[in-house]
Design a protein around this ligand. Sequence first.
Ligand code: PLP
Length: 378
Amino acid sequence: MIYLDNAATTKVSDAAANKAFEIMTKTFGNPSSVHDFGYESEKVLKSARKAILSHLGSIRRDDELVFTSGGTEANNLAVFGALAAKKHGGKTVFFSDSEHASVYNISKKLEKDGYNVKYIATKGGKIDFDYCEKEFSKDTVLISCMYANNETGTIYDIKKLDTLRKKLCPQAVLHTDAVQAFGKTKENLCSCGADLISVSGHKIHAPKGIGALYIKSGVRILPILIGGGQEKDIRPGTEALPSIAAFEVAANEVFNLKNILKVEKLNSYLTEKLEAQLPQIKINKPENSLPYVVSLSLPAIKSEVMLRFLSAKGIYISAGSACTSKHRENRVLSAFGLDSKSADCTIRVSFCEDNTFEEIDTFLKELENGINSLISLK
Ligand code: PLP
């Protein structure tokens, strides 16, 4: 098998899986229990919180983070939680037009709930700052723009967005969905200035169903679930300690510059070979992007057709976001600037540090075979 769909999810690392097993079978106490065994679990929780915060680049490393069931919940908690805390604030909220479904569908719900929802264009991977400059106002209560895009790998300029926010609407909360960026960029995520940052474990070799929301100190969030007082009264429910501990282990492994450098090499290897061998393929490469994601528009072959061809050879890639693949629409690729025909023919290759140059060679060979045989079928 050649797995090049790491933006959809990753294999759990051995060390992370072992850690989860160890916690499930040995340190299985409830971190809220008031006895020594519960205290042992609380130590595990504290250690994970500190580690994730330090990888995010937070200076205060004890609080500022709540664990969630993943990136989707972190995004929901960020937006709904921040708006609930600012009930008497403005009614205008901004989202980029490239958001993942777990933010985009929130924006649609807010429209129905009576918010004045506005979308910031991100054509070619660039935030339309002129629009922001014109539209940000005293009524702006929240701005949400992802850090890195799951379909194109684009990295957006959140720092500049924060500068504008501070100048034009300092009362507004700034959220960034950094699910695809966490562990995959050399930048310190906290330094982008966002108040709220969503991350997820399964994109970095932790189990599925674990994530976290960074909440800058002083920023108020109300819970969106009703229950006990866990996670500083912000996210009730007994903490998923095995997954949380595994998240720490996976993050400690992934946060290593060597990994990014390796993936940069894989990315250059693939794109240089594509340019030389298959110039009919268009590489959708924005100016600033993650090396982990490569978006390719094929010459008049629908992405699903190519996906099935490659899958039959044991090569796994995707057409875009796995979360929307069952009812595919090209919202994000259109926002990037692709016409609908190109968007229909666009595939996503996504790496992790375990991929090899040999795997890329095989992928390229089969991609070429696919193009030749599928075009001749037309
Ligand atoms: N945000 C982005 C950018 C994503 O790529 C994903 C997952 O694909 C999510 C959020 C959702 O994360 P999770 O699968 O942990 O709910």
